[in-house]
Write a protein that binds this ligand. Structure first.
Ligand code: PMP
Ligand code: GLN
Length: 380
C-alpha cells in the first residue's frame, strides 16, 4: 500500500506511555490526569443513558449542549455564537482539527504552523493535500513566544490557513492581546483563515486571562476555534469537543463532519450539557492546576533542571542541559528507564527534530504522583 502518511510512526505519547508502563516509571509523559472526574458528571451521563437518550443526536450535536457552549463562550469571551449555525460538537479536539483542515485546505494550499506544534497538525494537513509551512517559536528570557514578523514573512499567495494554539502544548506559553493584534495585522485584507486550538483555555495561571480568538471580533470572523471537554473536565477518554466558527465556515465544516463521524455520542452530550449549567468546575480549574504547577516547580528547584515559564496548560518544560548532553529523545528514554520518570522530548513537536535540551512533564497528576516523581528527580 502506498502510504498517505509515509513519514508518520506511532505518536510519541503512546511510545512514552508504553515505555513508562514497561519500566514501572511514574508517567509524567502523555498529557492526561491520573485522577478521576467529578462523580456528578458521571451521574449526569448515566442519567441520560437511563432516560433512553441513546440514539443518534442531531448531526451538529445535541442542541442543549450547543446552547450551553454558546452561553459559556459569550459569558467568558463576549462573543455570541449562534448555537444553531455556529457551534458543532466533535469527537474530541483531534477530530475538530482534522475536519476543519479538510474542509478548507485544498491540494497545494499552504498552512502556516508554528512549531513546536501538537503532533496531529502536520499529518492532518498532509491528508488534506496541503503543505505545511513551519515557523519556529523563539525562546527568550520570558519563555517561548511567536515571532510574528517571521509568520508574516511566511505568508504567500497560497496561504490558506494559519494555525495557532493557546495555551500552548508543549511550551505552556500563552498568546497575549498584542499577539492577537499581530495576527490580525497579518491576515487583514487577505482571505486567510485561522484555526485556533484552545483546548487548554481553562488552564491559565497567575491571574492572566485566556485570550480566546473569539474575543477579537476581526479574527473571530475568520476563525475556527476548537476546544475539548477532555481537558476541562478531566475526561480525556471521552473524546468530546467542539468547534465554534462563523456560519459560513460552520456550514463547510459540517459538510465534512457528517461524513467523517456524522455525529458524537448522545448520552455524553446530554450529561455534559447538564453539568455545564454550573460554571464552578471550569472557573476553579486555574487555581486547581496552579497549585499543582507550583508544587511541581518547587520540587524541581533544588535540581539541576532549569524551569521554563509555565503560564498555561498542564505542562512544565525543563532544560536539562546541566544534567546531560543526550539528545532529547535519548534523555527522555533514559529518564524513564533509569530514573523512573517519563517525560516527552520537545523535539517530537517539530517536523525536523530540533535539539534544545528540553523535555516536557505533565503535572495533571495526584499530589502523591507528583511527590513520587519529585523524589526520583531530586537526585538529578
Ligand atoms: N490539541 C492539543 C494542543 C492537545 O494537547 C490535545 C490533547 N492531546 C488535543 C488537541 C486533542 O484533544 P482531544 O483529546 O479532545 O482530541
Ligand atoms: N494531548 C496529550 C499530550 O500532549 C496526549 C494526547 C494523545 O495521547 N494523543 O500529551
Amino acid at each position: 500500500l502506498l502510504s498517505r502518511l509515509p513519514n508518520v510512526g506511532t505518536t510519541i505519547f503512546s511510545v512514552m506511555s508504553a515505555l513508562a508502563a514497561e519500566k514501572g516509571a511514574v508517567n509524567l509523559g502523555q498529557g492526561f490526569p491520573d485522577f478521576d472526574c467529578d462523580p456528578a458528571l458521571v451521574d449526569a451521563v448515566a442519567a441520560a443513558m437511563r432516560a433512553g437518550l441513546n440514539q443518534y443526536p442531531l448531526m451538529p450535536g445535541v442542541p442543549a449542549l450547543r446552547q450551553a457552549i454558546a452561553a459559556k463562550v459569550e459569558a467568558l469571551y463576549g462573543h455570541a455564537y449562534d448555537a444553531g449555525s455556529e457551534i458543532t460538537v466533535t469527537a474530541g479536539a483531534t477530530q475538530a482539527l482534522l475536519t476543519a483542515i479538510l474542509c478548507c485546505v485544498h491540494a497545494g494550499d499552504e498552512v502556516i504552523v508554528i512549531e513546536p506544534a501538537y503532533d496531529s497538525y502536520l499529518p492532518a494537513i498532509e491528508l488534506a493535500g496541503g503543505s505545511a509551512v513551519t515557523v519556529q517559536m523563539a525562546l527568550g528570557a520570558d519563555g517561548y513566544y511567536v515571532p510574528w514578523a517571521q509568520v508574516a514573512a511566511a505568508v504567500t499567495a497560497k496561504t490558506r490557513l494559519i494555525m495557532v494554539n493557546t495555551p500552548h502544548n508543549p511550551t505552556g506559553s500563552i498568546l497575549r492581546a498584542a499577539d492577537l493584534e499581530a495576527l490580525a495585522d497579518i491576515v487583514r485584507g487577505t482571505d486567510i483563515l485561522v484555526l485556533s486550538d484552545e483546548v487548554y483555555e481553562h488552564m491559565v495561571y497567575d491571574g492572566v486571562r485566556h485570550e480566546s480568538l473569539s474575543r477579537h471580533a476581526e479574527l473571530a470572523r475568520r476563525a475556527f476555534i476548537v476546544s475539548s471537554f477532555g481537558k476541562t473536565y478531566h475526561v480525556t477518554g471521552w473524546k468530546v469537543g467542539y468547534v465554534a466558527a462563523p456560519a459560513a465556515l460552520t456550514a463547510e465544516f459540517r459538510k465534512v463532519h457528517q461524513f467523517n463521524v456524522f455525529t458524537v455520542n448522545t448520552p455524553m452530550q446530554h450529561g455534559l450539557a447538564a453539568y455545564m449549567a454550573d460554571p464552578a468546575p471550569y472557573c476553579q480549574l486555574p487555581a486547581f492546576y496552579q497549585r499543582k504547577r507550583d508544587l511541581f516547580r518547587d520540587g524541581l528547584k533544588h535540581t539541576r533542571f532549569r524551569l521554563l515559564p509555565a503560564d498555561g496548560t498542564y505542562f512544565q518544560c525543563v532544560d536539562y542541559s546541566a544534567i546531560s548532553s543526550l539528545a532529547e529523545n535519548d534523555f527522555a528514554q533514559w529518564l524513564t528507564a533509569e530514573v523512573g520518570v517519563a517525560a516527552i522530548p520537545v523535539s517530537a513537536f517539530y517536523r525536523k527534530p530540533r535539539e534544545s535540551g528540553i523535555v516536557r512533564f505533565c503535572f495533571a497528576k495526584k499530589d502523591e504522583t507528583l511527590g513520587a516523581a519529585l523524589a526520583r528527580l531530586a537526585t538529578l
